[in-house]
Design a protein around this ligand. Sequence first.
Ligand code: GLN
Length: 260
Amino acid sequence: MKESVKKILAVALIAALAFAMVACGGDNTADGGDIPTYTAVTEATFPPFDTVDENGNIIGFDMDLMNAIAEDQGFKVEYVDMEFDSLIPAVEAGNADIITAGMNADDPERQAKVDFSNTYYDSALVVVVKNDNEDITSIDDLTPDMKVASQIGTTGADQVDELFANGKIAESVILNGFDTCMLQLINGDIAAVIIDKPVAQAYMNKQPDKVKMVGEPLNAESYGFAVQKGNSELLEKINTGLQNMIDNGTYDALVEEWFN
Ligand code: GLN
């Protein structure tokens, strides 16, 4: 082979290698580091949005959706379980990057502390009572001798606290997990629980004939993912990825998998 041809081939080979390295750049950020891994926090007693499997892994609709968004947008996510009222402080303090917790974004107090993504699930609060309870058919049937429960830091807890403040119930019982609320309800320790409808529905599907929803939904909620105030770069990725998952059918497939 002529020297000049060898040289051209060598240059072409280097160019091809350089191109290949750039093309594989999905695994690298612009500065050549690993793909970013973000910490997402959740409260994992809230199936089908957030729960744990038999090995203690945090799983749910929120995780599958966020993982799909992350794959689409070139980042990874690690999940950490904590109490619901610690989620916003964790992101505010920079100890976590994302909240994936079936969190209502339609809440000015929360909006002042974190930035929310576009809505990924429409929800509502409902009153849940024991299956054999014939006395409570709506929120209006709660009386000043009754204890009513919800989960700490949630919009349901706000409603229960308000009922108590207005003298409508005997006690506002604020518990750590949704599962504990349901156990106390079934044990007869409390008269009612105010909780999110899709979670109550999933509970009823899994454990039929234990509890029931009564009356009309108390409100309308829009679940969003949250990031630290001003982190528009990450928020943009989440919103773009979410829209892509809606457009390509992944979102509907996950709804089918977790809710139907
Ligand atoms: N809808 C509630 C809220 O955003 C509950 C969320 C939850 O318990 N994970 O406050």
